[in-house]
Design a protein. Structure first.
Length: 308
């Protein structure tokens, strides 16, 4: 794989290294830089093009989620076309071969990853309605919600490894929580996601702990919620997710307010809003500003940020 800059300096970069760099830029909230890096790469292998296209779609999706952009739909469609082109190009070839050994990964893994991004995008469309977070099934097409849940189940059952299975479990929990308002069903999915994350995926563990802590908080167990939310904040920071860590810190502000420390809660929320604004994490900034105005970001069902 070559990477060409605007100064026409060309370097050969292993695909795995380039994708790892794009991943770290993405979770740090540097979505434009991550996208520019992926777009600058020149590849000739069909499988490598798929991996880059899927990575670009993931960058776009997280830019939409945290930055309030509208990029994911087009990138997902583009990645889908790239998969179709790969199918034509490698028709009749063995799925595993010498080229695949060089670039790493598997076409089947890339297809699962693309489908998972489609699931996440579909979930986001159902919880962000007219620019606002709207949980629960009211006013939504029951068939569409059922289809999304069925899609998540198929991804879980067809996951090629433990971590991917854990992410599918995570979204089964989110779908139960935030789309079907089935609060009693969600924790078992989050627990399964946490077990999978403990195999080495800090971001997955962070997400599971975030939502398990939400259930602890709703049940009035603030000690357990603090334990889980503090650990989630640490894991997010260790993984390098800037907007995710800021959104997690807002939940610590919730606990400070619950404990009667309004000055401490407000001070933390003001810093979160300031940092999020500087980082371009528009949705986190809005959540922090709403908190300062008195909104509880954990309150179901019509307010809150349970999916962030």
């Amino acid at each position: 794989m070559t990477n060409t800059t605007s100064d026409t300096v060309t370097a050969v970069v292993p695909a795995d290294e380039l994708l790892a760099a794009a991943h770290e830029l993405r979770i740090a909230g540097r979505w434009e830089r991550a996208m520019a890096l992926l777009e600058a790469a020149e590849v000739t292998d069909a499988r490598a093009r798929v991996r880059l296209a899927v990575s670009a779609a993931e960058v776009a999706l997280e830019s939409d989620w945290f930055g309030g952009t509208g990029l994911a739909a087009a990138r997902l469609a583009s990645a889908g076309r790239t998969v179709e082109d790969m199918d034509e190009e490698v028709a009749g070839e063995r799925v595993a071969g010498p080229t695949e050994d060089v670039i790493g990964g598997s076409p089947l893994d890339s297809r699962w990853d693309l489908d998972f991004l489609r699931l996440r995008h579909g979930y986001r469309q159902q919880v962000h309605v007219d620019g606002a977070f709207r949980a629960g099934p009211d006013g939504k097409d029951p068939a569409a919600l059922a289809s999304l849940r069925g899609f998540a189940l198929s991804l879980r059952d067809g996951a090629p490894d433990t971590a991917r299975r854990g992410w599918a479990e995570m979204y089964l929990g989110l779908i139960a929580d935030n789309l079907f308002a089935e609060r009693g069903c969600a924790p078992s999915h989050y627990e399964a996601a946490l077990r999978a994350g403990e195999s080495g995926d800090d971001l997955l563990s962070r997400e599971a702990l975030r939502h398990l802590g939400d259930h602890d908080h709703d049940a009035g167990d603030h000690v357990r919620a603090l334990e889980r939310w503090t650990r989630a904040t640490e894991l997010g920071a260790r993984a390098g997710t800037v907007p995710g860590t800021l959104s997690q810190q807002l939940l610590l502000a919730v606990l400070a307010r619950d404990a009667g420390d309004e000055p401490g809660a407000a001070a933390l929320a003001r810093e979160i809003a300031r940092w999020a604004r500087a980082a371009g994490a528009a949705t986190v900034e809005a959540q922090a500003e709403a908190f300062l105005a008195g909104t509880d970001p954990t309150a179901p069902p019509t307010t809150g940020v349970r999916g962030g």
